[in-house]
Design a protein around this ligand. Structure first.
Ligand code: NDP
Length: 331
């Protein structure tokens, strides 16, 4: 039998956490034959709610779930974890300045970086979900220098899946017959959802999305803004931010990272830029990646037109700004 994998979820008493832990315990993240031990961290005011989640995990009698640790102690939470999903973060409240939110999150991610660095299992893979996700991941990387930068990522898979969903709805094809959209850049409204390399499975093989949609105006305007603003649309409808789709995307992200992307298919992940596509090295930027044997690599050689170039650079500029704002909070 396989050894259980230890998965940490921070902010586990929150609404994404509540949707995410049962998915992990059911095998949606690591596969139907992989036992798991779930570590849940939250802050003191959420301790009782966290205990409730812990009780529900026991009551669900998941066959793959070999143990639960629920704690408000970051050291205990990080001990020996193989995978860390960082969902906990300080929410932007009405009237708060961007700098104030950044400052709160910088101190959270700085502290959690040290706990992970000192106590996680070697080779621990980290996924940051909490916003500002790219910059929180960057802070985590800076303050956990012994964790290889290739092991620190942020979530843009939800945006990627939303883009697949929009194309699927428009063309009335199943979402699994659409592939290779790209989310470039920041997990924010400046992200660039790109369909220039995306294809759809038809009776006559894979055809380009641009050809099948044959409405460049829609693809260059409404499609992009719908994906960029989908989070806000869900808040408006649900009076709460997206949770089940965010949790599902976090599972997809780790699943494909650990178990690999299917041949000929890529996914979007926020990863440390090596300068590919002219994106400044040292940012956590969302790129198209393929994964094999637990490692991601950025898809190389895609042709970038002028329209895309401008959008890729604009979202990079926002990340450079966020980075300097984050650094100014450190002093
Ligand atoms: P959620 O579970 O809804 O969201 C958690 C984080 O994920 C937020 O930062 C949220 O950003 C972010 N996020 C990223 N992508 C998405 C997406 N596509 N849709 C929605 N959210 C997204 O928040 P809750 O408030 O329910 O739970 C947060 C938990 O974190 C609480 O249990 C709280 O106690 C804990 N917490 C932990 C802290 C710590 O570890 N020190 C500090 C503060 C809170 P956004 O805010 O932009 O929606």
């Amino acid at each position: 039998a396989k050894q259980p994998v230890k998965v940490l979820v921070t902010g586990a008493a929150g609404q994404i956490g509540y949707a995410l832990v049962p998915m992990i315990a059911r095998g949606a993240m690591l596969g139907p034959d992989q036992p798991v031990i779930i570590h849940m961290l939250d802050i003191e005011p959420a301790a009782e709610a966290l205990n409730g989640v812990s009780m529900e995990l026991i009551d669900a009698a998941f066959p793959l779930l070999k143990g639960v640790v629920a704690t408000t102690d970051p050291v205990e939470a990080c001990k020996g974890v193989n995978i860390a999903i960082m969902v906990g973060g300080f929410p932007r409240k009405e009237g708060m300045e961007r700098k104030d939110v950044m400052s709160k999150n910088v101190s959270i991610y700085k502290a959690q970086a040290s706990a992970l660095e000192q106590h996680a299992a070697p080779g621990c893979k980290v996924l940051v979900v909490a916003n500002p996700a790219n910059t929180n991941a960057l802070i985590l990387k800076e303050f956990a220098p012994s964790i290889p930068e290739k092991n620190i990522t942020c979530l843009t898979r939800l945006d990627h899946n939303r883009a697949l969903g929009q194309i699927s709805e428009r063309l009335k094809v199943h979402v699994s017959d659409v592939k290779n959209v790209i989310i470039w850049g920041n997990h924010s409204s400046t992200q660039f959802p790109d369909v220039n390399h995306s294809t759809v499975k038809t009776g006559k093989g894979w055809k380009s999305v641009r050809e099948l949609v044959s409405d460049d105006k829609w693809l260059n305007t409404e499609f992009i803004t719908t994906v960029q603003q989908r989070g806000a649309a869900i808040i408006k409808a649900r009076k709460l931010s997206s949770a089940l789709s965010a949790a599902s995307a976090a599972c997809d992200h780790i699943h494909d990272w650990v178990l690999g992307t299917p041949k000929g298919t890529w996914v979007s992940m926020g990863v440390y830029s090596d300068g590919s596509y002219g994106i400044q090295p040292g940012l956590i930027y969302s790129f198209p990646v393929t994964c094999e044997k637990g490692n991601w690599s950025i898809v190389q050689g895609l042709k970038i037109d002028e329209f895309s170039r401008a959008k890729m650079d604009a979202t990079a500029r926002e990340l450079i700004e966020e980075k300097s704002l984050a650094y100014s909070c450190l002093n």
